[in-house]
Design a binder for this molecule. Structure first.
Ligand code: IMP
Ligand code: MG
Length: 186
């Protein structure tokens, strides 16, 4: 990966803020309440598919009051053409055996839907007590496989976005807001 050459280059690719820090905070507080209502005191396992969802997971887990465990997994999907082949390679698996858990998958963004469709299929095969998907962002116009989250905090148009965990070339994950990325720097 090429390293960023200057702070000027870094900054000029942040085109405009799409979702502010405050808007994210408000939406997460509401999502936490919904999760509390859904599980009604039952313990849950919040699963983050790395790396993009780590910031969202960190804030969401502090917005829920039900007892919760945290799990991480790394997944890579391989595709031929535009349909999901269902081939997902787990480069780092969960510690927990999900059959004992109400699982909530916490995702940064659903784009084509292929990664999450595969991860859900894989985890469903391990027969959890229940499984729900929460996503911070949803780009429904880009969908290639039929997949919907149970809870989606923001629907966005077809822009490449950065910040709040989402990267471009591994940079920008630490921005506290979601911004549109300017590939040409303009
Ligand atoms: P999908 O399998 O096409 O739904 O892609 C899911 C993954 O692609 C996400 O978890 C992100 O890591 C990445 N991704 C998709 N769209 C964007 C974007 O606009 N910005 C940054 N990463 C993205
Ligand atoms: Mg990414």
């Amino acid at each position: 990966m090429n390293q960023m050459q200057s702070i000027e280059e870094f900054t000029k690719r942040i085109k405009r803020i799409l979702i502010t820090e405050e808007e994210i905070k408000t939406a997460i507080a509401a999502a936490g309440k919904e999760i509390d209502k859904l599980y009604d005191g039952r313990p849950i396992l919040l699963v983050s598919v790395l790396k993009g969802a780590f910031v969202f997971l960190a804030d969401l887990c502090r917005a829920v009051s039900v007892p919760c465990e945290i799990g991480f997994m790394c997944a890579k999907s391989y595709y031929a053409g535009t349909t999901s082949s269902g081939v997902v390679q787990i480069t780092m698996d969960l510690d927990q055996d999900v059959k004992d858990y109400h699982v909530v998958i916490v995702e940064d963004i659903i784009d084509t839907g292929r990664t999450l469709a595969d991860v859900v299929k894989l985890l469903q095969g391990r027969t959890p007590l229940s499984l729900h998907v929460v996503t911070l962002l949803d780009k429904p116009s880009r969908r290639l496989v039929d997949f919907e989250a149970d809870l989606s905090l923001f629907t966005i148009p077809d822009h490449f976005v950065i910040g709040y965990g989402l990267d471009c070339g591994e940079y920008y994950r630490n921005l506290p807001y979601i911004a549109e990325y300017a590939a040409d720097g303009n």
